[in-house]
Design a protein around this ligand. Structure first.
Ligand SMILES: [Zn+2]
Ligand SMILES: [Zn+2]
Length: 263
């Protein structure tokens, strides 16, 4: 099966390296058929001076768009390049985000919910933090399913980002709710290669056992923050092998529905 990756960052997010062109050339060298840029989307925070240090600012989006579109034309004979964003779903600011991205005519967006609640308000928290709070886990699942229901997302990145170390029963129940929702709406779930490479708490075996039982569509996402990540063939092979162990066969690019009619 031809390789592809819809989860590629750029240096604009302040925690990725390399030029856009280097990502494209690495993807071609790795034999990919499609490379999607999905850098961390600007967010719009009301009534606060806060701005995330790990995503691009709104003023950078146009240059990002132009850079990726120029590469798309230049490399058209070698690889299909797509323009997207990875974004949070923050209910209160999502309309502002959508109004902002609309003029960019993106090819797709993926949801990567790094914060639950949001990141600027009280009562919000970082999803990947180790913890036992059942209400946090439930909140994550509720927020993500609500976000996916908007129809704006092509897939869900690292669905298992919540590092929950409470009861297994509750984890299974919540994972199943999320997996069932994704399956009913034909939204693929991402097996996150960066998490695997960095030995993070995700991909979480307990989650993928549930996804296998539910029969979810699954995509491997490199979550590349460096062009070299796209050349990591051995990690990709490991991910395929791990998925195979759960009885999961990732879908091909042709099976992915780019949900861009709302963008
Ligand atoms: Zn990142
Ligand atoms: Zn990412």
């Amino acid at each position: 099966m031809m390789k592809f990756n819809l989860h590629t960052h750029t240096k604009r997010c302040n925690h990725a390296n390399g030029e856009d062109r280097e990502y494209v050339e690495a993807a071609i060298a790795a034999g990919m058929e499609v490379l999607g840029f999905a850098d961390h989307c600007p967010q719009f925070f009301p009534d606060t001076d806060y701005y995330s240090f790990f995503r691009m600012h709104p003023e950078q989006a146009l240059e990002y768009d132009e850079s990726v579109r120029a590469l798309q034309k230049e490399y058209a004979a070698d690889i299909q390049i797509l323009l997207g964003f990875e974004t949070e779903y923050y209910p209160k600011t999502f309309d502002a985000l959508m109004a902002f991205v609309r003029p960019l005519h993106l090819d797709y967006m993926i949801m990567g919910q790094h914060f639950v609640g949001n990141e600027y308000d009280e009562g919000s928290y970082y999803a990947a933090e180790e913890g036992k709070r059942e209400d946090y886990l439930r909140h994550y699942v509720r927020q993500v399913t609500e976000g996916l229901a908007t129809g704006a997302f092509t897939y869900l990145a690292h669905p298992d980002i919540v590092w929950y170390c409470g009861g297994e029963e509750e984890y299974r129940r919540q994972s199943e709710a999320l997996c069932r929702f994704a399956k009913e709406h034909h939204i693929p779930l991402e097996f996150n290669m960066l998490g695997y490479v960095n030995g993070r708490s995700y991909p979480n075996p307990a989650f993928w056992q549930v996804a296998a039982a539910v029969g979810n569509e699954v995509v491997i996402g490199y979550d590349a923050h460096d062009p070299k990540a796209l050349r990591n063939d051995s990690a990709y092979a490991d991910c395929l092998r791990l998925l195979d162990g759960y009885g999961i066969q990732p879908i091909s690019f042709e099976e992915i529905i780019l949900r861009n009619e709302k963008l």
